[in-house]
Design a protein. Structure first.
Length: 147
């Protein structure tokens, strides 16, 4: 499993391909590609590359999914015994970013397709679990009856 630590919006995030993250607002339209070059650390199957402060040649590419506003934060200021109260709300503008690839020196270390293992269909586990339960149930009753 590969991951990278990037800096965006004054914050540092640990990102992996195939996952989405909510970051500070980016001036990009939805469904557009974004390349982040402020990469602090890259890890690929135990091989760690640490930058000082940035890793040279490392990039993280992602797709902007949508822009929205975060939940409201209330700011309440009060001075006791003075009858002074201020109540304000704030909603931060957020960009949801889907991480597509992590690259180092032009070679792609991880993409969304390599990180996502194939999942069996929903019918297969149900059938297997049902048949295992049916097989184990008669054995349990026959053992208790024979003892």
């Amino acid at each position: 499993m590969s991951y990278a630590i990037i800096e965006t919006g004054g914050k540092q995030l640990r990102v992996e391909p195939g996952r989405f993250y909510d970051i500070e607002l980016l001036p990009v339209e939805p469904e557009e590609k974004v390349t982040i070059e402020r990469v602090l650390l890259v890890e690929n199957n135990g091989d760690v590359t640490i930058g000082q402060p940035w890793v040279d040649g490392a990039t993280v590419e992602g797709t902007v999914m949508r822009h929205f506003r975060d939940r409201k934060i209330l700011v309440y200021k009060m001075k006791p015994k003075k009858k002074t109260r201020k109540k304000r709300g704030h909603r931060q503008e957020i960009t949801r970013l889907m991480i597509d690839t992590i690259s180092l020196n032009g070679s792609v270390l991880a993409t969304t397709s390599t990180e996502s293992p194939e999942r069996p269909t929903s019918e297969t586990p149900v059938d297997v679990m049902a048949t295992e339960a049916e097989e184990s149930a008669p054995e349990a009753t026959s053992e208790t009856a024979s003892e």
